[in-house]
Write a protein that binds this ligand. Structure first.
Ligand code: BGC
Length: 383
């Protein structure tokens, strides 16, 4: 009985040995082993993937970002790398140096490496010329936006040609272009000469109301700025306007609800006063949740001769309510002439046209009027 069992066991062993010999000699074993060796974990795959980034600088960082994007946690509600007060250099560095310092910014965009940003922000800078201010602003602001753990893109919207500047139209165009480029929660309209003085003023939008970030500026002795409107609104003894320029911030819904900026402000000033009225007309009140942390230095710059303020702006501001729903984002016309990605910003050059003949006549007529007579000028219903 025992012998029989031993015999059967030996036979089975011989069979197994035969099968193994066959597998080894046929190379099937090698195939299976090499297949098993080539199965990577998800992490191995990413570590072996080709690196992205400019000039190989962002090599490690982008790999880390890819890894962490597999399991991102939302960034802290107080970003951990904030430093508080920040000073600025007297002169801007060369753009290449700023690119090297901010090597994780590519195509004007940045994503925090170790957490999921709380806020996707499009930063829209209306511009023409002002190359030195732009270098200064980018060198100063990029490190701040990164410390604030924003996911952001910087767009400069350049007005082509030498005709009268129209900042409001550029901002409307910037909103539309940014909107079609990516998904953003917040839209910041940023003057190219504005440098934030304290990184605790976070570039996060307020869901209830548009924000005025540049509430305290050196040129206004760090005081909130109110001024009287040249034209008194009916029923008011004095009509006050609160400064709403420099750096402002909207959610998409807020910006659409006010119908963006008016397209009729050719030359310096007024478009922000008009926006202040637009906000009030739609029941918004500009807010500044970070109070005095939102202080700015406004850089000096030469003023373009063709960009002088016109008196027409006073009556345009006065009549802003009647135009609001027809004049703005809903009817802005412009032509994109070029779209260029740079490491630290995307530049979109646009043709915004020129004032219509009616508008030009209106601007010319306003020039000869006494200041307060602006208010009784009847606005042409369609400029
Ligand atoms: C202009 C605004 C400007 C403000 C402060 C007003 O007269 O209309 O556009 O922001 O002055 O400089």
């Amino acid at each position: 009985m025992l012998r029989r069992k031993v015999r059967i066991a030996l036979k089975r062993l011989a069979c197994v040995a035969l099968v193994c010999k066959f597998l080894l000699s046929s190379g099937i074993f090698d195939e299976v082993l090499s297949y098993l060796n080539n199965i990577h974990s998800a992490q191995d795959f990413i570590l072996d993937s080709p690196t992205e980034g400019r000039d190989g600088i962002a090599h490690g960082a982008s790999r880390k970002r890819l890894l962490e994007s597999l399991n991102p946690e939302t960034c802290a509600d107080v970003p951990k790398r904030l430093v508080g007060k920040v000073s600025h250099a007297k002169d801007p560095p060369d753009m290449r140096i700023t690119e090297l310092v901010n090597n994780e910014v590519t195509d004007g965009s940045y994503e925090p490496g170790d957490c999921k940003s709380r806020c996707r922000v499009a930063i829209i800078v209306p511009i023409r010329g002002r190359e030195k201010n732009l270098r200064h602003m980018l060198a100063h602001m990029h490190p701040i936006w990164q410390r604030q753990e924003l996911s952001y893109t910087v767009f400069t919207i350049t007005q082509a040609g030498t005709r009268t500047f129209n900042k409001a139209k550029l901002m409307n165009a910037g909103f539309k272009e940014a909107r079609s480029y990516g998904r953003y929660d917040c839209f910041v309209f940023h003057d190219v000469d504005a440098l934030l003085e304290d990184d605790r003023c976070l570039y996060w939008c307020d869901q209830q109301n548009p924000r005025h970030l540049c509430a305290y500026a050196d040129v206004f002795n760090y005081r909130e700025v109110w001024y009287f409107s040249a034209c008194r609104r009916p029923g008011e003894l004095f009509s006050q306007i609160k400064l709403f320029g420099g750096v402002t911030m909207f959610t998409e819904e807020q910006f659409r609800r006010v119908n963006g900026f008016s397209n009729y402000y050719w030359g310096w000033g007024g478009e922000d006063d008009d926006m202040y009225n637009r906000l009030r007309n739609k029941g918004y009140e500009p807010v500044n949740p970070y109070s005095r942390h939102c202080s700015y230095t406004l850089l000096q710059h030469p003023h373009e001769k063709t960009n002088a303020p016109t008196r027409a702006k006073e009556s345009l501001v006065y009549h802003s309510k009647s135009r609001q729903d027809k004049d703005g984002l809903s009817n802005v016309r412009y032509k994109v002439l070029s779209f260029k990605s740079n490491p630290l910003y995307i530049n979109i050059t646009v043709d915004v046209g020129k004032p219509s003949q009616r508008m030009q006549d209106f601007i010319d007529r306003s020039r000869n009027l006494w200041f307060f007579n602006q208010c009784i000028v009847r606005m042409p219903w369609n400029l």
